[in-house]
Design a protein around this ligand. Structure first.
Ligand SMILES: Cc1cc2nc3c(=O)[nH]c(=O)nc-3n(C[C@H](O)[C@H](O)[C@H](O)COP(=O)(O)O)c2cc1C
Length: 189
């Protein structure tokens, strides 16, 4: 006997299933070639921050940022499982993304370090405290505050999809770019 309501289950299941399970060859491409290809793909540089339950701020430099959706506004960031910030990002379900301006390579390197406290040594006024994580207002062109909408475990990284709750434009400076394993500036054609 057919179950009452069973025809409705298929659409619901297809909405809930978000990833495909497949057999993957561990390293089908030469690692150096893979990295060399990635180095040819330029990215803007951001600093992603968040706040732990104790109120301590964490943050790291992230170039793996991408827009996802306009309605509703969603973005994604990709975070290494080795990152010390990751556990707080997964727990807080909230983060701030600061988009660095072209003179901010030193700050990008600072947030790419393994420092325990990356905020203590920053000049007064260079960041503002927010409930999603500090915004690097002294070195950014803009920032956005996000709540985590989806978390996707993928290989040695996590993909965090952020629902954008607030965005602030700070100035019209050019962005900092990372390409060919170097920080670079944009140049008009
Ligand atoms: C230009 C640049 C881009 C980076 N992009 C990412 C990224 O997208 N995701 C990531 O997990 N790490 C990225 N990193 C590396 C982290 O910033 C670095 O591992 C940092 O030490 C992590 O800090 P944490 O362990 O305190 O979280 C990037 C580093 C640099 C210099």
């Amino acid at each position: 006997m057919a179950l009452l309501g069973a025809p409705c289950m298929q659409p619901l299941r297809s909405i809930l299933v978000q990833h495909t399970v497949m057999t993957e060859v561990p390293m089908p491409i030469d690692e150096k070639i893979y990295k060399d290809i990635m180095s040819r793909h330029p990215g803007g540089v951001t600093v992603v921050t968040t706040i732990g339950t104790s109120g301590k701020a964490f943050g790291l430099t992230v170039s793996a940022f991408c827009t996802v959706s306009l309605h509703p506004p969603r973005i994604l960031i990709v975070i290494d499982k080795a990152s010390h910030t990751l556990s707080t990002l997964l727990a807080s379900k909230a983060f701030t993304v600061s988009f660095l301006e072209e003179e901010s390579a030193d700050l990008a390197m600072h947030f790419a370090s393994a420092d325990e406290d990356k905020f203590g040594s920053l000049p007064h006024g260079s960041f503002i405290e927010l409930d999603t994580g500090p915004a690097l207002v002294g070195d950014a062109t803009a920032y956005m505050q996000c709540r985590t909408a989806q978390e996707i475990d993928s290989g040695d990284h996590w993909i965090l999809v952020g629902a954008v709750e607030r965005g602030v434009i700070l100035n019209d400076a050019e962005p900092l770019i990372y390409s060919h394993r170097q920080f670079r500036k944009m140049m008009p054609l």
